[in-house]
Ligand binder design. Structure first.
Ligand code: SF4
Ligand code: SF4
Length: 655
């Protein structure tokens, strides 16, 4: 291994000092990180970057010459439009499958729990269980929790494979939106069905009409957002508790020099919840003391971290690009992983220290890791075994190599939709009133990943800062939430960073201007909120003054999220160019054509100032459509004054 500085100084790779210190430590210790490997990959393939390469069959691989001089058709005759659309469809299917398979794992554990076959789990929110069950047609009156949970399991399992009409939770979308999906033929029918059909359609010689392929890609995304992800979120709330506002801390400073540190990384709360419980076991705490530690410290990474923070206030070590850096502190006894967004490289980095990498999912093994298969039926016992492995690693820690950089930053999490509505008095009315009065101009979901092609978290926090300064409420999930937490945007005092209208609302409610809504599957919560706002106003979602943004996305799951958010009527700004620019027709459809079809489009804008400007104009145009007071969108320009309230207030026009 050889860590190098070929990517420039650490401060050009990440905006956070804790991460910069760890990148420098990696270089001093000769450890390779994601940024080194990105440099080694240069130049990356231009055909793939444009979506113009295809290896869907053994007559290929094929590529289309974007300059028009070389081949314009693959061996089978597929042109740029077909190849780009097929690649995008497969990407969305992979992302949708990932979220939905996570949802299936939760559902199966929930079924075990209903049958009394899962140890260490319970129904934490019976009220929500009965609400959801009644919503999907399960009889709840005069029935036990177990009976209701069993019937709910059966209904939701049908959503995966056998349902023929539409998914259960699609009924939550406004009627007018559902009618639009029906008219387009994109109402999701079965979660597995849409994903399988996407793979079928993109086999050589099936769907050779790029518009038809892309419409099914939207349907595949909808099967995620209103299906697999929503099931994951709702059942996680039932089993582990519906989040309520909770204070926590974030950055690498959450590690403890004198405790056994265990980082939980991945996505599924089934494992992490059991580990949190095991870490409080007096016998294991005593074992930790017997090996010289003062206790057991659980910290989170990525979306597993978000799940734990949202429900238990467990501290968060960092987001996607922090996963190698947390190992480089030398202070981690174990990194326990399930699946998704876990770089294979962590095994190599951990070998440089005493840290155990413990894989737990039979569908996500890592060569060189210690594999402890996790079965929800024996969740409590397996979690104890994992914590014991971590504790027993503590005596091997080389304290001379430990460096925990800086102090953690406070952040608030726990803003489920129930919590948001609870803070508003149980109804969207106060939020709608604040939007109607103009004190809040609108709301934006800033979501998604880190990508090493961009300085870590820069886009997330620059975009968010500009939005809240302009009285736009920001909802965050996933790694975007962690980024904003580290930046100090997610404490009630951050209301001082907001424009005067948003600031007043936040101060009155005691909430931050940037609300942590949860993990990546919890983007489904945002869909539920949008539907509730639209229903309250009697409009469709695409008429709301809202937008989405994924400034630093990297993952196939992010593309699936973008697909269902746009298909649901929310225009979404991407900060990283998706591999579609090899087909002007596909780009035209995504950036313009979808407007007349679903009322929303994709926008690619890597500059956070320009992205914020676009979103402000978009929100003002939606306000005008609703007959609300608005600024003339064309009067809004970029103002780089770092601290100014950048909306030109004098440009407001009455409704
Ligand atoms: S499906 Fe067509 S374009 Fe793709 S690899 Fe096969 S022959 Fe080439
Ligand atoms: S936001 Fe992206 S990188 Fe972060 S956990 Fe979710 S999918 Fe993974």
């Amino acid at each position: 291994m050889s860590g190098t500085s070929k990517n420039g100084p650490a401060k050009s790779l990440t905006i956070h000092q804790d991460a910069q210190i760890m990148i420098d430590k990696a270089r001093e210790e000769g450890i390779t990180t994601v940024w080194d490997r990105l440099a080694d990959q240069q130049p990356q393939c231009g055909y793939c970057a444009l979506g113009l390469s295809c290896r869907n069959c053994a007559m290929g691989p094929c590529r289309i010459d974007p300059f028009g001089e070389g081949p314009q058709k693959g061996v089978c005759g597929a042109d740029a439009d077909v190849i780009v659309a097929r690649n995008l469809g497969r990407t969305i299917a992979a992302g949708s499958s990932s979220h939905s398979d996570h949802g299936r794992d939760i559902l199966e554990a929930f079924g075990d729990l209903a049958r009394g076959q899962a140890t260490g789990y319970r129904i934490a929110d019976e009220g929500k269980l009965r609400r959801i069950a009644a919503e999907v047609g399960v009889v709840t009156e005069h029935r036990t929790v177990e009976e209701v949970a069993t019937d709910l399991t059966n209904v939701l399992q049908e959503d995966y494979g056998t349902r023929r009409g539409s998914l259960s939770f699609v009924a939550r979308a406004p009627e007018v939106r559902r009618a639009r999906w029906d008219a387009l033929g994109i109402t999701p029918r079965g979660i597995d069905r849409e994903n399988v059909e996407m793979l079928h359609r993109t086999h050589m010689g099936v769907d050779n009409d790029y518009v038809n392929t892309l419409l099914h890609a939207l349907r595949t995304g909808l099967a995620d957002g209103w299906g697999g992800s929503m099931i994951a979120t709702e059942l996680s709330d039932v089993m582990f508790g519906t989040p309520t506002p909770v204070m926590s801390e974030v950055n690498l400073g959450v590690l403890k020099t004198d405790q056994v540190n265990i980082a939980m990384h991945g996505h599924n709360p089934l494992l992490s919840d059991a580990i949190c419980t095991a870490a409080e076991d007096p016998q294991l705490v005593e074992l930790a003391r017997s090996v010289g530690a003062k206790g057991i410290n659980i910290v989170g990474l990525c979306c597993t971290g978000n799940e734990m923070l949202m429900r238990r206030g467990v501290p968060m070590a960092g987001n996607h690009l922090t996963q190698e850096l947390v190992l480089i502190t030398g202070a981690l006894e174990a990194m326990v992983v399930d699946y998704q967004c876990i770089m294979p490289s962590i095994v190599d980095v951990a070998k440089c220290y005493h840290t155990k990498i413990i894989s737990t999912s039979d569908k996500a093994k890592f060569t060189g890791a210690t594999h402890v298969p996790f079965e929800p039926e024996h969740g409590a016992k397996i979690a104890e075994e994992i914590v014991r492995i971590a504790v027993e690693a503590y005596p091997n820690r080389n304290h001379g190599r430990v460096r925990i950089p800086g102090q953690p930053v406070k952040m608030m999490g726990g803003f489920s939709i129930e919590a948001i509505l609870g803070a508003l008095g149980g109804t969207p009315k106060p939020l709608v009133d604040a939007i109607a009065a103009g004190s809040i101009r609108g709301a934006v979901a800033v979501v998604g990943c880190n990508n090493p092609k961009l300085p870590q978290d820069l886009e997330h926090i620059e975009l968010t800062r500009r939005l809240i300064e302009n009285d736009i409420l920001v909802l965050v999930t996933g790694c975007a939430a962690v980024a904003n937490g580290k930046a100090g945007h997610m404490v009630p005092d951050a209301a001082a960073m907001a424009g005067p209208g948003l600031r007043a609302v936040c101060e009155a409610l005691g909430i931050p201007p940037v609300l942590h809504v949860g993990s990546c599957v919890d983007n489904s919560r945002i869909m539920v909120l949008m539907a509730a706002l639209a229903d309250y106003l009697g409009v469709d979602i695409d008429q709301l003054p809202v937008a989405g943004a994924a400034p630093e996305w990297y993952s196939e799951k992010a593309v699936a999220i973008g697909a269902y958010v746009v298909a649901s009527g929310v225009t979404t700004v991407l900060g990283v160019q998706p591999p579609v620019f090899g087909s002007p027709h596909v780009v035209g459809l995504l950036a313009n054509g979808l407007e007349s079809v679903v009322g929303a489009t994709f926008v690619v804008e890597p500059d956070p100032a320009k992205a914020a400007l676009f979103i402000r104009r978009h929100i003002e145009s939606k306000r005008r459509g609703l007959g609300l007071s608005c600024f003339e969108p064309e009067t809004l320009g970029i103002d780089d004054n770092e601290s100014a309230h950048t909306v030109p207030v004098g440009a407001a026009v009455g409704a």
